[in-house]
Design a protein around this ligand. Structure first.
Ligand code: FPP
Length: 252
């Protein structure tokens, strides 16, 4: 990272209650293109800066004691972008992974990619496989990257896998419950997000973690993703801590 966080934000800000932090934060990193346009630069410059922002957020989660972060890097719909932008993003993911893997290993990050990975370029898949294999025993922060990910697609592939088990007699229909369903999602074993942050002001979930987000608190900020720094994250967490989470029940 080129920019060090302000000294005061290297540790959890004093006004936040460390016992009421979200255990899992998910981010929709929107606004890279607009950020670049505002600077008179091509969209890809926004994605490049966005990757730096994500890296600092990961470090910040580690510094502040948040054990899981999931980022929406590329949706199944993003293939509809101009070919040059898609190619740039694929190359960026690959380059960042290659560059950061050593540090992530040292910092005890456990990385997982979720989505339909089979359709990604071979060279990117190799880096993805390597990063997951090399960090699988790490016990530190769980870092999940949704790439070629779509929530509906994830649910359909889980249904197909379960239906196939029923068809072949490995499962009975009556055995299908929420727990079993979750075991067939890409995110199997990762707790649900407590907080979803979306930058750049759009009030949408955009096919992200549809099942997993059932009770997530949603925080939307007009800040564009490349500008989403520790000060902004602090605001999001302070807002989260003011919310009353009832999970469909009444206040106890
Ligand atoms: C949305 O902004 C952003 C993306 C589709 C790409 C996000 C990817 C990164 C930040 C890089 C992450 C790197 C790794 C290694 C995971 P947008 O382009 O839709 O912005 P706009 O709405 O202003 O056009």
């Amino acid at each position: 990272m080129s920019v060090e966080p302000p000294v005061t934000l290297q540790q959890l800000p004093a006004d936040l209650d460390k016992n009421r932090l979200p255990k899992h934060v998910a981010v929709i990193m929107d606004g890279n293109g607009r950020w670049a346009k505002n600077q008179g630069k091509p969209r890809i410059v926004g994605h490049q800066k966005g990757a730096d922002t994500l890296k600092d957020l990961l470090r910040c989660c580690k510094d502040w004691g948040i054990p899981a972060l999931t980022a929406y890097a590329f949706s199944t719909e993003n293939w509809g972008r101009p070919r040059t932008e898609v190619q740039f993003l694929m190359t960026l993911f690959e380059r960042v992974l290659r560059r950061e893997l050593q540090e992530m290993k040292q910092e005890n990050v456990k990385i997982r990619f979720v989505g339909n990975l089979l359709d990604l370029p071979d060279s990117l898949r190799q880096e993805i496989d390597r990063s997951m294999a090399d960090t699988q025993d790490n016990q530190g922060i769980q870092f999940t990257v949704a790439t070629n990910y779509g929530g509906r697609h994830e649910i359909i592939q889980a249904c197909r896998a379960i239906a196939s088990k029923v068809e072949h007699g490995y499962l009975k229909t009556a055995q299908i419950d929420e727990e079993l369903f979750e075991q067939h999602l890409y995110t199997q074993g990762i707790p649900h997000p407590d907080l979803l942050i979306r930058t750049s002001g759009e009030m949408r979930i955009s096919n992200f973690l549809l099942w997993q987000m059932a009770y997530a608190e949603i925080y939307v900020t007009p800040t564009l993703w490349p500008d989403f720094n520790r000060v902004e994250f602090h605001k999001a967490l302070a807002t989260y801590q003011q919310r009353e989470r009832r999970f469909g029940k009444v206040q106890s």
